[in-house]
Design a protein around this ligand. Sequence first.
Ligand code: 5GP
Length: 110
Amino acid sequence: MPTLFSRIIAREIPADIVYEDEHVVAFRDIDPKAPVHILIVPRQEIAGVAELPDSGDHQHLLNAARRIAEQEGLVDGYRLVINQGPGAGQTVDHLHMHLLGGRPLGWPPG
Ligand code: 5GP
């Protein structure tokens, strides 16, 4: 069964896609926690950080994040988050990086 995010990547489920290249697809979170809240997803189905192969599409997540942050005009800064496992709040078992910005971001996160 394809993951929820693979179905978004395949355009089977609608989403506001803001960026894509041969390795990753990025779209706005359906339940945003900041004015800018984008999920950056490798095309490759990797369940999470705990299952990362040595190489693959996930190696392009950071470069995509930089490009999207520039595209979104996040000149004051932004935060990149990956939740690994239920204890950290991971709810979709397809690796994804949250890009959050557009408001002051407290530290430490909850
Ligand atoms: P996690 O909790 O696994 O780190 O992040 C999963 C994220 O996916 C959540 O922030 C949630 O709001 C988002 N999400 C869940 N289902 C959908 C969906 O169908 N479309 C979009 N755009 N985001 C979703």
